[in-house]
Design a protein around this ligand. Structure first.
Ligand SMILES: CC(C)(COP(=O)(O)OP(=O)(O)OC[C@H]1O[C@@H](n2cnc3c(N)ncnc32)[C@H](O)[C@@H]1OP(=O)(O)O)[C@@H](O)C(=O)NCCC(=O)NCCS
Length: 182
């Protein structure tokens, strides 16, 4: 499970990905509080406890990425994990970009960076995420990612509305992007 090829130079570490001065790399231990703020301010994501973002930055840094502005402050993030029973599948848990920085390709660059970095260590061949039917931006983001990588998107309802303990939560539709080759 751990043998694979070497990631391209530009995704091994903090890498300048834009002339606008932001960089993308692994989360650092101290980033959790800012990731929690970004999730809360997105007004779209389910906001988990601050504790979970703090722990995530320690224990799932290998499968997550952060975009920073010129001052090193996180302005976007993607969190993910390799599914324990399908280690070639990266489940993207959350992705968010600060409203002031949207529309500049940061989320797409985060997904490209993360999947290429993960593929440098693991035999990655699929990306999954769940999207609620009203989230057009997210649909477009992952659709564009699939097109860039020449992969198909299959959609199935993973968590119907009734699976949630409180009323009003939309269904979560699983988007599986495969096959991927790096
Ligand atoms: C979804 C989100 C992460 C996109 O971030 P971003 O940095 O603005 O996205 P990008 O600039 O990389 O755009 C990626 C693609 O999505 C499209 N897109 C982005 N925002 C869009 C919007 N509001 N409406 C329609 N399309 C949109 C872009 O046109 C682009 O497609 P293209 O490559 O075909 O042109 C951001 O809007 C966000 O943080 N939303 C709140 C949190 C959220 O909904 N997260 C996703 C669910 S986990």
């Amino acid at each position: 499970m751990t043998t694979a090829h070497t990631a391209p130079e530009h995704v091994r570490d903090e890498a300048p990905v834009s002339a606008r001065g932001w960089t993308i790399g692994r989360p650092r231990a101290g980033d959790g509080a800012q990731l929690w703020r970004l999730a809360r301010e997105s007004e779209t994501l389910d906001v988990n406890s601050s504790y979970s973002y703090l722990l995530w930055c320690r224990d799932f840094a290998d499968t997550s990425a952060v975009a920073r502005d010129a001052d090193g402050r996180p302005v976007g993030f993607v969190t993910g994990y390799l599914r324990p029973d399908a280690p070639g599948t990266l489940l993207v848990w959350q992705v968010a970009v600060d409203a002031a920085h949207r529309g500049r390709g940061i989320a797409g660059a985060l997904l490209d960076h993360l999947s290429e970095r993960v593929a440098g260590t693991y035999p990655l061949d699929a990306v999954e995420t769940t999207i609620t039917p009203d989230n057009l931006a997210s649909e477009r983001l992952f659709g564009a990612y699939a097109r860039r990588h020449g992969a198909r998107v299959s959609r199935t309802v993973l968590l119907p509305s009734g699976a949630f303990p409180t009323p009003g939560h939309e269904a979560e539709v699983l988007h599986r992007i495969a096959p991927l080759a790096f």
